[in-house]
Design a protein around this ligand. Sequence first.
Ligand SMILES: Cc1cc2nc3c(=O)[nH]c(=O)nc-3n(C[C@H](O)[C@H](O)[C@H](O)COP(=O)(O)OP(=O)(O)OC[C@H]3O[C@@H](n4cnc5c(N)ncnc54)[C@H](O)[C@@H]3O)c2cc1C
Length: 560
Amino acid sequence: MLFVLQFTSQLFLVCPPSRANSALLLTIVIRYKPAILAPTNFRPVKSFDLACSKPGHFVLTLAAGLLWVGIASAATLPSSGNSTTNTTREYDYVIVGGGLTGLVVANRLSEDPKVSVLVLEYGIIDRSNTTRVPYYGTSLNIGAMFNITSGPEPAMQNRSYAVRAGSIAGGGSSVNGMTLDRASAGDYDSWELLGNPGWGWDGLLPYFKKSTDFDPPPPEIVEKYNYTYDESWYGEDASPLKSTIPHWQAPDTYTFFDGLDELEIPYIEEHAAGTAIGQFWTPASIHPTKLERSSSLTSYYDPVSARPNLVLLTQHQVKTLTFNKGTTTVTGVRALNRPKNETINFTAKREVILAAGSIHTPQILQLSGIGPASILEAAGVDVRLDFPAVGSNFQDHPVAYLNWNLTNTEPQPNELATNATFNAEALQLYLTNRTGPYTKAQSNSVAFLSLEMILGSADAASVMVEELKSQEHRDYLPYIYSADDEVNAGFEAQREIIAEQLIASDVAVLEFPFSGLGSVPNALQKPLSRGTVYLNATHPEAEPVLKYVFARREIMMTLI
Ligand SMILES: Cc1cc2nc3c(=O)[nH]c(=O)nc-3n(C[C@H](O)[C@H](O)[C@H](O)COP(=O)(O)OP(=O)(O)OC[C@H]3O[C@@H](n4cnc5c(N)ncnc54)[C@H](O)[C@@H]3O)c2cc1C
């Protein structure tokens, strides 16, 4: 039996490799957060690279001379999985990828002491400060990510883009921006409407609560920053993923709230109630007392890592599935022990669960002979199952950055990178009291806007949706949507649901996270472009060829 688990990217970071084109104040780029590129670890800092940022400010040199003393040691926690000692080759469940999804599933399956569970993870366990201290979640932790570049995009002047995905235990949850927002009820209901009973808002809410605990900051912080929340929409103390709102906000954050008020965007006291349309505060996946990152590693693996029936093998890259000869019945996986350069077969007595993320799960399937026949044949892979949908429906959220000069208030969020004195004081605050700017990762204040809010009236929204429905999508979607009726039918079903929800205004179309910085991503949440993830025909085991196929002809792109 084979299961494919995939969390869609909520705030997926895709940064253009070239800075040459970022000289426009409003540039359509495909990335999430420019932010402050801090060092990849906490060694003394010589310079900060401010990539993908405002025009003319690409490299900031900061002679901080900051000697990082390190936060509390994690010596009691496993730091390498059990890759060197374990010799067992047969398990009930084999989970491919110890990322966000994989470690959650591993925790839940291994609750039953009678079943054995193996997690095979490409990367290492990284417990450095870079993955733990919230402020460093504003930076790209490049060393903990795969090195992938998307193919040239014809509709974007043939530009290529760096694609970000975590390559360490915890996956994206160990490198992401820690913004922990819950979508609107309508967003989840669309999953159910696509034919997945139980995956709507009502079905999922108990699991949101079961997984996520929220504790507010101390009352004086809540009062100081005007935070609002309703804990009843989160779980109890037993819920593994810990969250809170940081102990610091930049003053100009409130300028944005005021601006949204002027535009009559409703203020939502608690967005996690299924009401995430308007402006609101969101928690971060940060432990409320330790004020450190809460990831699938810290929340779901660490507390159960001593279970004898759970094994996490780090630095193991799964290459293919294995099968009963001549059938499509999966028996296990073939993996590479990367340090030893040794290939090992692992057997799954019950199930293999693919949780290697949106890029590598389709690659593993295709290398196993499951995917579009033409793609497999071009790469010299024997076709086991011609399955055109594998590698299609690839989506991300394109972003247009809006940049301003904000000069009226101090401190600004990027002051940590520009002002050594401020940085030193902030660091001291964090080390001594766990408070101040270092407790904050990406933005916790955000506007999620419906089509009606953006266009100003329900009538205008209807006109746009009619136009959207009348577009011949085969004109702008990849070839596979013309070649395969089933793949096309899947897209049409999605478009039908999205169109109805846009009219009903019960989902957000744009995300606008602000944090008092003069640069705000304007992210399209409902793109109707679809991309592909296909094997590289000349080097099938290298990173796959990734195309977003963002198209100007796709009407939703006009919104950003
Ligand atoms: C830079 C960045 C910022 C983000 N910011 C936010 C945010 O602020 N808020 C938010 O909600 N979301 C954010 N996201 C998105 C979120 O982190 C992802 O949606 C989520 O991690 C996806 O979970 P997943 O389990 O599908 O994949 P992942 O978490 O990526 O896990 C996949 C795992 O599989 C492993 N793997 C891959 N190939 C193989 C192989 N062949 N063999 C073995 N193991 C393999 C990887 O190393 C990884 O550990 C961000 C993502 C990134 C990259």
